[in-house]
Design a protein around this ligand. Structure first.
Ligand code: OAD
Length: 247
């Protein structure tokens, strides 16, 4: 990684009042969580249509829950990495710092971030299919599959957004509003393939924000980025943080 680029990124952050961050699966890769579309990505091994759509859940809730139970087991064993930790620290350093994530793994929360918009939900939350109530549940493995609502006995589903489902309009509205107001938007570890999340940085850019992207590989967003830091988030973010400490 070119140290001039790290220095430039640190200077952009230093001069910004409002910072927004969008993260994707790549930020958790160094913790050991598989991404979706990479070489060993989940969507290379599994068919999203069978596991992550409302139709799949209606057809075979047990199969869908087995997959989520497996993923909860996997994610429950890993720890946040230096990229999650640096973002949690920056939330306490910068006056207006908002984190928007596509990840459902809960690792930002585990790292200590508090001001988070979880666009696609959270794998540690379950939702009643009848009453829509959302509860936190960290049991791994789950005792019963599919789990049942303790209040009404109906089936619970993972509180995540599946393909073909709309995002929570309040969360989406807040995300777009943060993007319209931020001066800098940092985009980390997303293939920028899934909408509407992928539009957020473009929206911020149109509203005048500087875009900094961190990813080992270029993405459709790279040509819009003011600065592309090519590499791993867990290595680059601590370097920027170190540099911020010295200016
Ligand atoms: P993807 O799997 O599509 O993309 C992961 C990105 O992370 C790729 O661009 C990688 O190059 C990059 N990457 C890999 N290792 C990295 C590292 N160490 N540091 C930084 N970047 C790294 O994941 P998303 O873009 O998050 O939806 O996928 C978006 C959505 O598609 C997910 O939220 C999920 C999935 O279907 C739901 O769960 C609803």
């Amino acid at each position: 990684m070119n140290s001039e680029d790290i220095k430039r990124a640190a200077e952009i952050f230093r001069n910004a009042k409002r910072i927004a961050v969008l993260t994707g699966a790549g930020i958790s890769a160094e913790s050991g969580v598989p991404t979706f579309r990479g070489k060993d990505g989940l969507w290379r091994q599994f068919r999203a249509e069978d596991l992550a759509t409302p139709e799949a859940f209606s057809r075979d809730p047990k199969l869908v829950w087995e997959w989520y139970n497996w993923r909860r087991g996997l994610v429950g064993k890993v720890e946040p990495n230096p990229a999650h930790q640096t973002l949690a620290k920056w939330e306490t350093v910068f006056p207006e710092f908002a984190l928007i994530t596509q990840n459902v793994d809960g690792l930002h929360v585990k790292a200590g971030s508090k001001n988070i918009l979880e666009l696609h939900g959270n794998i540690w939350k379950l939702r009643c299919t009848k009453e829509e109530t959302v509860t936190e549940n960290h049991a791994s493995p789950l005792g019963e599959i599919p789990p049942r609502c303790p209040a009404c006995g109906e089936m619970l589903r993972p509180h995540v957004v599946w393909f073909g489902e709309a995002l929570d309009p309040n969360i989406l509205h807040r995300a777009f509003s943060l993007c319209s107001l931020c001066e800098v938007m940092l985009v980390i570890g997303t293939s920028a393939f899934v909408q509407p999340a992928a539009s957020l940085p473009l929206y911020a850019s149109d509203a005048g924000a500087k875009i900094i992207e961190i990813n080992p590989d270029p993405t459709p967003l790279t040509s819009y980025a003011n600065l592309f830091l090519q590499g791993k988030a867990g290595e680059i973010l601590p370097l920027i943080d170190q540099y911020l400490g010295t200016i």
